[in-house]
Design a protein around this ligand. Sequence first.
Ligand code: NA7
Length: 532
Amino acid sequence: MNHEPTLDIAIVGAGFAGLYMLHKAREQGLNAKVFERGDGVGGTWYWNRYPGARCDVESFYYSYSFSPELDQEWNWTERYPTQPEILAYLNHVADRFDLRDDICLGSEIVSARYDDNSTSWNLTSARGDEFTSTFFVMASGNLSAAQIPDFPGLTDFTGETYHTGNWPENDVDFRGKSVAIIGTGSSGIQVIPEIARQAEHVTVLQRTPSFSMPARNTPLTDDEISDVKANYASLRVASRNSAAGAPYPPSTDSAFDVSDEERTARYEQYWSMGGARIMNAFGDLMTSPKANDTVAEFVRGKIAESVADKDRAKILTPEGFALGSKRVCVDTDYYATFNRDNVDIIDVSSAPIERITADGIATAGDRIEVDAIVFATGYDAMTGALLAVDIRGQGGTSLRDQWSDGPKTYLGVAVSGFPNMFIITGPQSPSVLGNVVVSIEQHVEFIADHITFMKDKGYRISHPDFDAQEEWVRHVAEVGETTLFSTGSSWYVGANIPGKPRVFMPYIGGVGNFRAMCDEIAAEGYRGFVFS
Ligand code: NA7
């Protein structure tokens, strides 16, 4: 039997990560293929087609930086890009770099097994196709395993159901319908105003209110576009070296270095910039609970100003957790939507959803009848898409078993005992706390250079040293504990999935620091990896 793998590198996922990995692998002379479960490229931006879907990072920066030519030829039209525009961009990238020939669409990889004898990976797709490859890269995304809570009676409902992360390709017509929307994270906050404009009636079922900031989205002017294009090189460098992947100057002073009046004036100034910029108003907002209270109180004041009905405003006002400990949301008209006559909100934190009925939803205090239910209930984040594949490493060890108490990686890119497997923006990488595209590019380049290093040295196998991995996981947890990011009940810690181990998964040391650390590790012959 021929044990020679047919591919140098097998990549799962054709979103931002998979497309760039394919391009980079080809540049380095590797025979690569991407396997994508969707029928088109785009990953998250292929599936999240719900009305109002938009990135909460500015378009100029939420884009690839690896090609200065691409930067110059592509024109974003709005400050915050819509889902169709990002999808068009990714399709353009697939064509521009001639990637499509090596992308297998509609090909969901369900198992990946490392063969100790041939030292290669065997991949199997849902329709039974098999592939062998020397390297195996999971580029399956952090927010791609959509989750609908296991409500009793879910299948009894006779109306329409949708999940924001798995929206149908054709427009959904909510005119004349009454719609329940469950979930008020980033997706809920974007979809609620849009559906409220169309449907006859909307009932929002909220378990935890979010802190949301107005996007202040606008069309981009020709002058703004030329300005950024003229300075793209330095803006990209600033993003790469930043904490969260965007070139905004950080503030280093404390919220208590200034008077109360000056502090409020600073918050007003950052609030008027739009988006989540207010998080940068002072340097200690995510490290000092007291400083965080000041910004949280400011935002609570804005909610009170925006929502006319006092009872609704109270329900919509977050209390009891730090601003930023659940991802802050960026919206257009979210709070104003609750001034509409056709919108209701039910607080399901104290009176939870008990069951879905044939014609609606029963909570501990209410019973509502609806034609459609929209689940904006989020994702099994960071680990869901990885563990959806039955991945087996050395000696048949299952990744699901190895991670049963929580994920452990080295640098978020590799796992001890899983040779020649890489993850793009895995758990313990800094990717999700800012602009993920910057982290994706860094990871892809680290992986590609790692493979080239192996080729040059004549190595066949690489995986992280167990102790180096333990040390990295410990470091990530330690850094996480110095900030308020790890203190909320959010998907950052797996809190939204019943039974999921509670582990703070992102590395919060900053994308710039992380890059510098990885560069150092590479310069030292990939310290922490074992080669043979
Ligand atoms: P999120 O941010 O995880 O939000 C999911 C929402 O769904 C959130 O409000 C949850 O309330 C709610 N939810 C989840 N399960 C339930 C149950 N059982 N009952 C009631 N409500 C529930 O996902 P998104 O899709 O909005 O955003 C994901 C990321 O995409 C976002 O952070 C950005 O990075 C882009 P909870 O807060 O858990 O009480």
